[in-house]
Design a protein. Structure first.
Length: 113
């Protein structure tokens, strides 16, 4: 013979669940990285200007000035962006350079404050 029992009080579906929400106020901005173009004797200045216009949305005058800085100084910071974006931009420009057989080198460095 089977006996059935009835639960008195709240059932499992009625049991009160207390949820505590903690707000994480320790969030910080993502680390920023400098995108640095390195000068070489093969990559045309026109290509460097093109990448600055297309990938970094500089105007023509600014792109020409940055390209001149790269040429004269051997390198120049072209942008400072969060790591993931800086890495993606660096890859895009490098792939474009290699597709045209240009040895343009791009380096990422953490920005120091």
């Amino acid at each position: 013979m089977l006996l059935s029992t009835t639960l008195k009080g709240p059932t499992m579906s009625q049991a009160g669940t207390v949820t505590k929400i903690q707000i994480n106020q320790g969030l910080s901005e993502p680390p920023m990285f400098k995108i640095i173009y390195l000068n070489d004797n093969t990559t045309p200045m026109e290509f460097v200007i093109e990448t600055l216009l297309d990938s970094f949305n500089y105007n023509e005058q600014t792109a020409m000035q940055i390209t001149q800085d790269i040429h004269e100084s051997g390198s120049a910071v072209v942008a400072v962006l969060p790591y993931e974006i800086a890495e993606q931009k660096g890859i895009e420009v490098t792939v474009s350079a290699r597709s045209r057989d240009y040895p343009l080198q791009i380096k990422l460095e953490p920005e120091t404050v």
